[in-house]
Design a protein around this ligand. Structure first.
Ligand code: MTE
Length: 322
């Protein structure tokens, strides 16, 4: 059974108080500054009055202490962020469950230590610990609109580093045209893998090299200045804000430089519904529903979806619009 893209029912709308008033989504991005307050302290958003609210107390398990050492300037939407509670209790992570309540199923998942293998067509293949990478690359905060192919959206204050830093460290060869990434496969800790044995585990995704090197492509290690919760893909996951959410692969253990376009998990299952590129485009409907609008997960209100999720100024040059 494939649940990705099933039209969300009204019961899936998170019953949270509407405490963040939403403004019209501005599809230009701007520079903002995030400053850490003390060691591992909370982050202060300084621009546009967009002070992100502190994490609320939540039923969610935060796996490790904050890895934040410093805030950095970065690119961000000026839209208010979705609350910590809403972001962390409405997730897609099929390795754990086909439902949205992933946070209830992640307890047994161990994310430390966490090795990542970087391999394939590169001068500097390596196996490295996620924590070491974070120490080496430092951390930025970026508030991105996140748009799922299921036509829901949220605004997430991610922390982490640009994917290009990791790519540059690996020194890809000129023949490397694509990057393939793999999620951890731990069926004993991931009940969803056992419940859906017919899926082509482990989860795999890919990007073109120019997409991976784009300034916006981000390796997230946290949200709201805290370490990434397990349900979000701890300890590190990709964020590609102009593509549908399933491109943003979680809990990555392998990154491979290759010379031809790789298959992806959803493409392998349903190629006509989930093609490799998967750019957000309101004019291209999913075969089973429109992509013209989306539902905000906290308020339930509908917004118009923008081409490339509003990031056309940053990434539009990479694509020819049909
Ligand atoms: N990565 C893995 N390994 N497994 C998954 O099931 N789901 C994808 C993507 N990355 C998924 C994954 C989908 S369909 C979406 S919409 C986003 O993660 C959801 O990210 P979020 O739960 O952090 O909002």
């Amino acid at each position: 059974m494939n649940t990705l893209g099933k039209a969300p029912s009204s019961s899936e709308i998170t019953p949270e108080p509407l405490y963040l008033r939403r403004r019209e989504f501005l599809h230009t991005t701007f520079l903002f500054t995030a400053t850490s307050v003390g060691t591992g302290g909370s982050l202060l958003w300084l621009m546009g009055g967009n002070r992100a609210s502190e994490p609320e107390s939540s039923p969610v398990s935060v796996s490790t202490p904050s890895l934040t050492t410093a805030g950095r300037s970065s690119y961000s939407t000026n839209e208010p962020s979705t609350s910590y509670r809403d972001i962390t209790t409405y997730n897609n992570f099929y390795e754990f469950t086909l439902g949205k309540d992933v946070f209830k199923h992640v307890e047994a998942f161990t994310t430390e230590p966490w090795k990542i293998e970087i391999t394939g067509l590169c001068e500097n293949p390596m196996t490295v610990d996620a924590r070491e990478l974070l120490e080496e690359f430092g951390m930025e905060e970026r508030i991105y609109r996140f748009r799922c192919v299921e036509a829901w959206a949220m605004v997430v204050p991610w922390s982490g580093y640009p994917f290009r830093k990791l790519i540059e460290k690996a020194k890809p060869k000129s023949e490397a045209k694509f990057i393939r990434m793999l999620t951890a496969s731990k069926p004993e800790q991931m009940p969803g893998m056992r419940q859906a044995p017919h899926y082509p585990w482990p989860y795999f995704e890919g990007l073109r090299m120019d997409e991976a090197m784009n300034t916006l492509t981000f390796m997230a290690t946290g949200i709201y200045g805290k370490a990434l919760p397990k349900q979000h893909g701890a300890p590190l996951r990709l964020v590609v804000p102009w593509k549908y959410g399933y491109k943003s692969i979680k809990s990555i253990v392998k990154i491979e430089f290759i010379d031809r376009q790789p298959k992806t998990f959803w493409e392998a299952l349903q190629p006509e519904e989930y093609p490799f590129e998967s750019n957000v485009d309101p004019k291209v409907p999913h075969p089973r529903w429109s992509q013209a609008t989306h539902r905000l997960i906290d308020t339930g209100s509908r917004e118009r979806t923008l081409y490339l999720n509003g990031y056309a100024d940053w990434v539009g040059d990479m694509y020819r619009r049909g």
